[in-house]
Design a protein around this ligand. Structure first.
Ligand code: AMP
Length: 390
């Protein structure tokens, strides 16, 4: 097999750890550009495997498979961060991994992530590391209630966290979460005005391209709606972009980093967490940006110039969870949804419908933000028959 030097244009072969929807949308963009992708995932029917050029079916902990991925590609990336860093490290000795192993390790551990960001001077909600029951009591006395207790590892979409509202919540939450992680972190509960995120792209030369700040609405701790752009002042939007750029620069990210933030009631931005990969809050870029987040990552990995992050029209993204299929008895009303003007449907080809499982999303485009939101909600309602007169 011939091997192109990494980052030499469109003949670069990209290896992706993880075959979920992020890998799928990236592989689709790569395919459009004629770039070859190989996905590593344990599930032979995974989302990304259906569209990538090649699928390596193996457990993520299989160092031999990771090596094989590295040897058959020019450059590697990952679409989720809960992956064994030792395996990625081994693969990184064969081919470059972007974003770097250091960035991956930092985000894998919530406490290290927070400490790292705090040391670099980034604004965060007050937090305390918790190892023991004594630490827990001490942390509650410093931070006060309400507070949020989170596991340091393996938490995503609100898994591995509990909101402590009163003193009687403290011990049960500690007992429940402590065995799940090597460490916990207690965080001040932020009565935020809005949740925002910004995706920033950085190439190997250090050039930056930042997407507009977007507004995220969560339901049951899972992203539900993204409004692009965020309904905030220009000043706040620019401050959010400046913060995300600073994160990308200080961490020397090569690739994408999504910076999730809280906007407090006094207009302060606090970083909640980072994701060094394409992010659910950037799916709208496929339909409403000159360059999607996925194309941007493909460009960076291939050593091509960054694309414009210019937004072409107001857009609202609505996630489609397994609950939609369950509410529609397995047959969502796609015709009703697509009857709404300006709606783009994205399904991830997942086998098996579970509540809370991300099955797809739709993006509604319209001349105004309000109209885009109304269209997104109407289209999603159409999937479950919620818009029908009876
Ligand atoms: P995370 O897994 O940390 O992204 O948290 C998931 C969601 O829980 C966030 O998007 C917020 O909606 C909420 N959340 C997390 N941490 C806090 C906090 N310190 N204060 C208030 N809400 C929070």
């Amino acid at each position: 097999m011939t091997s192109a030097a990494p980052g030499k244009g469109l003949d670069t072969r990209i290896g992706i750890f993880g075959g979920g929807q992020l890998g799928r949308m990236m592989a689709l963009e790569a395919r459009r550009m004629g770039v070859h992708t190989t996905v590593l995932d344990p599930d032979p029917r995974c989302s990304a495997g259906q569209v990538a050029d090649r699928l390596l079916t193996a457990p993520f902990a299989d160092a031999g498979a990771a090596r094989q991925l590295a040897q058959s590609c020019d450059v590697l990336t990952y679409e989720f961060e809960h992956i064994d860093a030792a395996v990625v490290s081994d693969a990184a000795s064969v081919r470059p991994v972007h974003p770097s192993l250091e960035v991956l390790k930092l985000v894998q551990h919530r406490v290290q992530q927070k400490q790292g960001l705090a040391q670099l001077g980034f604004p965060l909600a007050q937090f305390q590391q918790v190892d023991t029951w004594q630490d827990m009591q001490q942390a509650v006395s410093v931070i006060g209630l309400p507070a949020v207790l989170k596991t340091a590892t393996s938490g995503y979409d609100g898994k591995g966290q509990a909101v402590l509202r009163q003193t009687s919540d403290v011990e049960p939450s500690y007992q429940q979460l402590r065995p799940r992680s090597d460490m916990l972190v207690l965080e001040q509960f932020i009565h935020f005005e809005k949740e925002l995120s910004v995706i920033c792209a950085r190439d190997r030369q250090g050039n930056l391209a930042c997407y507009p700040a977007v507004e995220n609405i969560h339901r049951n701790n899972i992203l539900d709606i993204t409004l692009a752009p965020a309904r905030v002042s220009q000043e706040v939007a620019e401050a959010a972009q400046t913060l995300a750029q600073a994160v990308a620069q200080k961490l020397r990210v090569i690739g994408l980093v999504c910076v999730e933030m809280f906007l407090t009631k006094d207009n302060t931005l606090l970083i909640n967490e980072l994701a060094p990969r394409p992010h659910n809050s950037g799916h709208w870029t496929l339909d409403a940006c000159a360059t999607s987040q996925f194309e941007q990552l493909v460009r960076i990995l291939c050593g091509l110039p960054l694309g414009s992050t210019q937004q072409t029209t107001p857009a609202v993204m609505a996630n489609l969870l397994g609950d939609v299929w369950l509410a529609a008895n397995g047959k969502p009303g796609f015709a009703a949804a697509l009857d709404v003007p300006g709606v783009k449907l994205h399904l991830y080809g997942k086998h098996g419908t579970l509540p809370g499982r991300k099955m797809g999303h739709l993006t509604a485009l319209a001349p105004t933000q309000d109209a885009a939101l109304a269209r997104a909600l109407a289209a999603r309602g159409g999937l479950t028959g919620a818009n029908s007169p009876n």
